[in-house]
Design a protein around this ligand. Structure first.
Ligand code: ADP
Length: 327
C-alpha cells in the first residue's frame, strides 16, 4: 500500500480533523502517502485533491469543522458518478480509501466497494452518535458539552424568570444527544424518539407533568430537552401549543448548528486518533468495506452495510433513571 485517499463527508463533527491528523501520521509511519479529496464525495467525482503531509496536518486536532471541507453529494446516488469516483481513485493511484462520516456516507462507501477492489474503510464522525458498531462516534462528546453549556445558561435565565423552556437539540432520528444532555442538565423532561411517545400525546403528557411539578415546587424553572424530529412541527410549535394548554408562557430555544462547531473535546480527539490509526492499520491488514469503531473499550471492525441498521440503543440504565425520576 503506497497511497491512501481520505474524505470527510456528510455532517461535520468536531474531531474529524484529529482523525485526519491520526490517519496521516500513522500512514507516514508505514511509509504511505495521503491525499485528501475535498467536499466529501464531490472531490472524488470532480478529482479535486491535495497532498496531506505531516506539515499541513500539524496542529489541527483541536479545530472544529474539517480541513478537507464536507458537503452533501446527491450525485453519489447515480451509478455513473460512482463510476467516476472509481476512475479518480485509479487515476491518482489510490490503494485504499478512508471515509470519515456518518451512516449516509457509509452507504455510499458500501456501494463503491461493490464496483472496485480498492479497499474502503469508514471512520464514524457524527455528533448524532447513531452509528451501529461503535459505542461513541467522533463529535458526540463535544456536541454534548456544547449543548449542555447552552442549556446550563438557559437554566440561569429560566430560574430568574421562573420560565418554562423547550430546548431542541440535534440528533437526526436519534435521542442519544437529547438523553445525554437532558440527564446531565437535570432537565425536568426529555423527549426523544426512543421513548416511543405518540406525538399527539406529547403536549398532554408534558402539560400534566408541568402542572403537578409546579404544584409541588411552586414557582420554578422547568426545562424540557427535546430531540429534533420528535415533535413533528418542531419546538416552536410545541411551545405555542403548551402555552395555550397550560396558560403559562412557554419559550422555545432551538440550539441548531452551534452544536456542530467548537474545539474538539479531549475525548473526541483521543477517540478520533484511535479510530483513524486503526483504519490505516486495517487497510494495511487487508480489510475492506468495514468501519473502525470502539465497543466496550475494544477496537472493532463492522461491515459498512451494518453500520446504519438503526439498532443502536440509548443507554437503558440512563433511560431508566430518567423514567424513575419522572414518576
Ligand atoms: P452522513 O454521512 O452524516 O449520514 P448524509 O446522509 O447526508 O450524511 O450522507 C452524506 C453523503 O453520502 C451524501 O451526500 C451522499 O453523497 C452519500 N450517500 C448517502 N446516502 C447514500 C446512498 N444511499 N447511496 C449513495 N451515496 C449515499
Amino acid at each position: 500500500m503506497k497511497t491512501i485517499g481520505i474524505i470527510t463527508s456528510g455532517g461535520d463533527a468536531p474531531g474529524m480533523n484529529a482523525a485526519i491528523h491520526s490517519i496521516v501520521t500513522t500512514a507516514r509511519f508505514h511509509n504511505i502517502q495521503c491525499i485528501g479529496f475535498e467536499r466529501g464525495y464531490n472531490g472524488l467525482i470532480d478529482d479535486i485533491h491535495h497532498d496531506l503531509t505531516l506539515t499541513n496536518v500539524k496542529h489541527i486536532s483541536h479545530l472544529g469543522g474539517t480541513i478537507l471541507k464536507s458537503a452533501r453529494c446527491p450525485r453519489m446516488l447515480e451509478q455513473k458518478f460512482r463510476n467516476q469516483v472509481i476512475e479518480t481513485l485509479i487515476n491518482n493511484s489510490i490503494d485504499g480509501l478512508i471515509v470519515i462520516g456518518g451512516d449516509g456516507s457509509f452507504q455510499g462507501a458500501h456501494l463503491l466497494s461493490q464496483i472496485t477492489d480498492i479497499p474502503i474503510i469508514g471512520v464514524p464522525g457524527t455528533i448524532d452518535n447513531d452509528i451501529d458498531g461503535s459505542d461513541y462516534t467522533i463529535g458526540f462528546d463535544t456536541a454534548s458539552n456544547t449543548a449542555l453549556d447552552a442549556i446550563d445558561k438557559i437554566r440561569d435565565t429560566a430560574d430568574a424568570f421562573e420560565r418554562i423552556f423547550i430546548i431542541e437539540v440535534m440528533g437526526r432520528h436519534s435521542g442519544q444527544l437529547a438523553l445525554n444532555v437532558g440527564i446531565a442538565a437535570e432537565a425536568e423532561q426529555i423527549i426523544c424518539p426512543e421513548m416511543a411517545i405518540d406525538p399527539h400525546l406529547i403536549v398532554q403528557n408534558i402539560a400534566q407533568h408541568i402542572n403537578s411539578y409546579l404544584i409541588d415546587n411552586g414557582h420554578a424553572s422547568y426545562i424540557i430537552v427535546a430531540a429534533e424530529n420528535t415533535y413533528p412541527d418542531g419546538a416552536l410549535a410545541l411551545a405555542e401549543l403548551l402555552t395555550k394548554q397550560i396558560g403559562i408562557e412557554c419559550r422555545a430555544s432551538v440550539l441548531g448548528h452551534m452544536q456542530r462547531g467548537g474545539l474538539a473535546s479531549c475525548a473526541d480527539r483521543t477517540l478520533a486518533t484511535k479510530l483513524g490509526a486503526f483504519a490505516v492499520e486495517s487497510l494495511i491488514s487487508g480489510y475492506n468495506n468495514v468501519m473502525s469503531g470502539q465497543v466496550n473499550g475494544q477496537l472493532t471492525l463492522t461491515e459498512l452495510e451494518k453500520t446504519g441498521l438503526g439498532t443502536k440503543q440509548v443507554d437503558p440504565y440512563l433511560l431508566n433513571i430518567y423514567t424513575n425520576k419522572l414518576n
